[in-house]
Design a binder for this molecule. Structure first.
Ligand code: NAI
Length: 283
């Protein structure tokens, strides 16, 4: 039996790039797939049904089962409507992949409110809305489930020109850790991918010059999503899996061993902190 037979998977932003690869891979493993995509441009302008429809057609042509949804995950109404699409077509949900994304890169000094708000609305609020709406449904169903979020090296380590995006992606890191803790009692695992892949989001980046689709295409990311969605990963939650082509690894928040001051010696003074900085920072 395939890894996701009998599962219903909802994948946001599945009309292109990594989301499309997820949708095809999930279907190949037997899942019924809800292909969500707003169908706009990379910066979040416009909308349309073509992107999601094309992926649904690809899945059906390969013998799979899928339905399209064109709502924006950036609104609560959109997240509600997405759940409704899944329930009305397939009667339940098992897996949510929060993948939809937009990019509005500018250095911090040049960011506008609109650049900040839109990027946060799609990435962080979209992940919150969908996690809450689908989490409530998974609780009612009472059979556990899987949530797979999408963060980024930009949010985890920082990147020039991506203050808005990095902050939103770092927020997704925190939300992943916290929802993994909160949803554990429902049998719902929550993990995140931190991918690097050649898509329309990254095709004009310097680091992608000369990189081939074979080396760094979205097809490398989706097997990890399938793994996390499957019974193979029932015991894995709260993890951030880096996927860069064939290279797989985990991101971990570091806490140094630090150092203590004896209570009798009073509170730390700024100069003592300077002196102890080597021990505090673990260097
Ligand atoms: P992409 O631009 O090819 O695909 C993103 C999809 O999300 C598009 O089809 C778009 O229409 C859809 N979308 C945008 N706003 C939406 C909304 N409000 N509601 C529903 N759908 C919406 O980009 P890519 O590269 O496939 O990115 C997928 C995810 O992976 C994003 O969250 C991105 O931030 C993340 N990521 C990608 C990296 C890469 O190297 N490509 C690196 C790190 C993270």
């Amino acid at each position: 039996m395939s890894l996701l037979t009998g599962k219903v998977a909802v994948i946001t932003g599945a009309g292109a790039g990594i989301g499309r690869a997820h949708a095809l891979a999930f279907s190949q493993e037997g899942a019924q797939v809800v292909v969500n995509d707003l169908g706009g441009d990379r910066a979040g302008g416009g909308k349309g049904s073509e992107a999601a429809d094309k992926v649904v057609a690809e899945i059906k042509a390969a013998g799979g089962d899928a339905v399209a949804n064109y709502d924006s995950v950036a609104t609560r109404e959109g997240a509600d409507a997405l759940l409704w699409t899944a329930l009305s077509k397939f009667g339940k949900v098992d897996v949510l992949v929060n993948n939809a994304g937009v990019l509005r890169d500018r250095s911090l000094l040049n960011l506008t409110d609109a650049d900040w708000d839109l990027v946060h609305a799609v990435h962080l609020k979209g992940t919150f809305y969908c996690s809450q709406v689908f989490g409530r449904q998974l609780k009612v169903q009472g059979k556990g489930g899987r949530i797979i979020n999408t963060t980024s090296v930009s949010g985890l380590l920082g990147n020039f020109g991506q203050g808005n995006y990095a902050a939103a992606k770092a927020g997704i890191y925190g939300l992943t850790r916290t929802s993994a803790i909160e949803f554990a009692k429902m049998g719902v695992t929550v993990n995140a991918l931190a991918p690097v892949a050649l898509t329309r989001m990254t095709e004009d980046l310097k680091m992608m010059k000369g990189v081939s689709a074979d080396q760094l295409g979205p097809q490398h990311i989706s097997p990890v999503a399938v793994f996390l969605a499957s019974d193979l990963a029932a015991d894995i939650t709260g993890q951030i899996v880096g996927v860069e082509g064939a290279h797989l690894f985990l991101y971990k928040m570091e806490k140094t061993a630090g150092t203590d001051k004896a209570p009798a010696a009073g509170i730390w003074s700024p100069r003592e902190i300077r002196e102890a900085w080597g021990k505090i920072s673990g260097s």
